[in-house]
Design a protein around this ligand. Structure first.
Ligand code: CP
Ligand code: NVA
Length: 310
């Protein structure tokens, strides 16, 4: 039984296979007649909003021959307190796979354990593995191999997206720089699990080179990618005002872009809030890359789904 619960737990060989298969799914979309989900019904069970993840998974499951249902967690008994493990045992007797977007990482793990069906993390507070797989796919498509390159994340360095980038860096051997105020840098225990000291320096033998700094200009200098995400992740709305104040200097704008390599990619997982994590001019100048990233969710997730049922 295969699950994609996190990039942390995804073996490197599986990660590489998914990225390879995604190339074929993208290139052959109109012609490919692979139907690995034929006669299967999958559920998307979401406790948080979504545009890209929902549409790309619903489309991908259908294109792979499966049926799909969307379950808003609030409309389920789950929203009235039915335990996740009971929900998992019910769904596991009826459907063939689940794609889950929720808060606690433990919930997708518990669902996988109790459902007995392939389970895919469509975003938790800890990780957004499908997003980062699509981002790496996009980098490779536009610029070639990512190993040895410099990816600079600017903004809320403690949220799910940069945390998944940490695991990607640890496995794929590129340099990751996270530019964020101290309070918004990744938790020390995550860095330690990735084989790094809490100041971001690599422990002996660690593959990753990860720098956490509050010096955004230092982080941007010579980067191959400048990447950002919202300053206020879903579930943290009560902290919005304080976050907007604290993160004000951590914006991708033309001044920062000038410090990166001349052919650097500006990437954003979306949704984007202009004037906050990125300015309008920089966003629009890089819209082609950013919306290719969004499109690539579909192709990469079809590779994830095929891998999960193989
Ligand atoms: N990037 C991303 O996951 O977008 P959605 O929240 O719209 O799914
Ligand atoms: N960090 C963001 C990602 C949105 C796709 C959030 O969790 O809301």
């Amino acid at each position: 039984m295969k699950h994609l619960l996190s990039l942390e737990k995804l073996p490197l060989a599986d990660l590489e296979k998914i990225l390879r298969d995604a190339v074929i799914f993208k290139r052959e979309r109109a012609r490919l007649d692979r139907r690995p989900l034929a006669n299967q019904t999958w559920a998307l069970m979401f406790s948080k909003s979504s545009t890209r993840t929902r549409v790309s998974f619903e489309t991908g499951i259908r294109e792979l021959g499966g049926q799909v249902m969307f379950l808003s967690a609030n409309d389920m008994q789950l929203g009235r307190g039915e335990p996740i493990k009971d929900t998992a045992r019910v769904l596991g007797r009826m459907i063939h796979g689940a794609v889950i977007r929720t808060f606690a990482q433990g919930e997708v793990e518990e669902f996988a354990e109790f459902s007995g069906i392939p389970t895919i993390n469509a975003l938790t507070d800890d990780e957004h593995p499908c997003q980062i797989l699509a981002d790496i796919f996009t980098f490779k498509e536009l610029r070639g191999p990512i190993s040895g390159k410099v990816v600079t994340f600017v903004g809320d360095g403690a949220c799910n997206v940069p945390r998944s980038w940490i695991w990607a860096a640890a496995k794929l051997g590129f340099e990751l720089r996270i530019a964020a105020p101290k309070k918004f840098q990744p938790p020390a225990e995550v860095l330690e699990r990735a084989g790094l000291r809490s100041d971001g320096a690599a422990s002996p033998g660690a593959l990753a080179k990860i720098l956490c700094t509050d010096d955004v200009e230092k982080a941007a200098r010579g980067a191959d990618v400048l990447y950002t995400d919202v300053w206020v992740s879903m579930g943290l709305e009560a902290e919005a005002a304080a976050r907007l104040r604290a993160l004000r200097g951590y914006q991708i704008n033309s001044k920062l872009v000038k410090l990166a390599k001349a052919d650097a990619l500006v990437m954003h997982c979306l949704p984007a809030y202009r004037g906050k994590e990125i300015d309008e001019e920089t966003f629009e100048a890089n819209a082609r890359t950013i919306f290719t990233q969004a499109e690539n969710r579909l192709h990469v997730q079809k590779a994830v789904l095929s891998w999960a049922v193989a």
